[in-house]
Design a binder for this molecule. Sequence first.
Ligand SMILES: C[S@@+](CC[C@H](N)C(=O)[O-])C[C@H]1O[C@@H](n2cnc3c(N)ncnc32)[C@H](O)[C@@H]1O
Length: 344
Amino acid sequence: MTNFELYARELAWPVDWTAVYHRTAPLLVEIGFGGGHFLAELAQQRPEANVLGVEIARPAIRRGLKKLQTAGVSNGRVLQASAEYLLWACCAPGVVSEVFINFPDPWPKGKQTHRRLINPRFLALLAARLPAGGRLHIATDVADYAHAIATDLAQSLHFESVYETPFVTEVDGRLPNGRVRTKYEQLALAAGATCHYFTWQRNDTPAAHEFPIPQETPMPHAILHSPLSLPEIADRFTPLHDTAGEIHIRLPMLFKSQQEHLLLVEAYINEEPISQRVGLLLKQRADGHYLIGLSEMGFPRPTPGVQLAIACLARWLMTLHIDTAVSHHNLPYSLDPSSVTRKP
Ligand SMILES: C[S@@+](CC[C@H](N)C(=O)[O-])C[C@H]1O[C@@H](n2cnc3c(N)ncnc32)[C@H](O)[C@@H]1O
């Protein structure tokens, strides 16, 4: 039986889509498929293509899975992840043939518009992943969003409308052929709204930004010795944070284990397009040295952000006692305690 769901933690960066679908075929991506009706229909209408729906919401994933199963297709898959993560981390340049974005969240209030999915940076990411001739289809019933998208696309050097106008509407009588209506589309039309349909094609101008595929690092760790005991270290913990370039980390809490010789530090790591909440272990080894490493809890990925979090914890440990010293580490950072940043 086909397993229609892909799991983000199991996917390599970038993904080998031929291995996932057991064949080489154009990859069509629907972003934010909601009800999954359009996704299943797309998989049925385009049997020659590999079809992938990406959604952040778990209930939508469940609906999408059901729709694909009922449709009896073998070329559809769903992934719970953000579109940004899928495109940036999982898709090598040129592997996505077509992208469909139906009725993206409108974020209508002035203060919320910065949350909208489609903006110049997202278009730059799409430009870095679609090949020349690749297509971007967008539908929205929100007039000011439609006009903002039209402006952003017109200003992008990488896309051209396949119509003479930036978008078409049913009012124009030029609705894209063969379109299946989504749930939001039906609700919008029932409420008397006008839907705007875009189809833009990627030209051959090279992408302006690369959006490099993230890299996993060797398992990061640091070994230190300190005259302080583990309970003394735990008692002195204060929340830590640090930044290196585009990487931001926060270590807000420390937990004492029931086991002796072990502390767990919670770490939030943001390094676009990846956000991870991981556990860092501070373990006292049999020789008395302290090992700082990554807990396996939650299947974390070792990344430059994890390296920074371990460096931050190690630097903090260095500040606690003058006789603390580093015996070994594999981090690309100095563990000089003067570089520690404490939360105010
Ligand atoms: C307004 S609904 C539209 C659903 C469906 N496309 C339709 O037309 O009925 C927007 C959907 O996009 C999903 N979404 C929002 N931001 C997303 C992101 N960054 N990546 C993937 N999905 C996202 C939401 O969970 C939601 O299901």
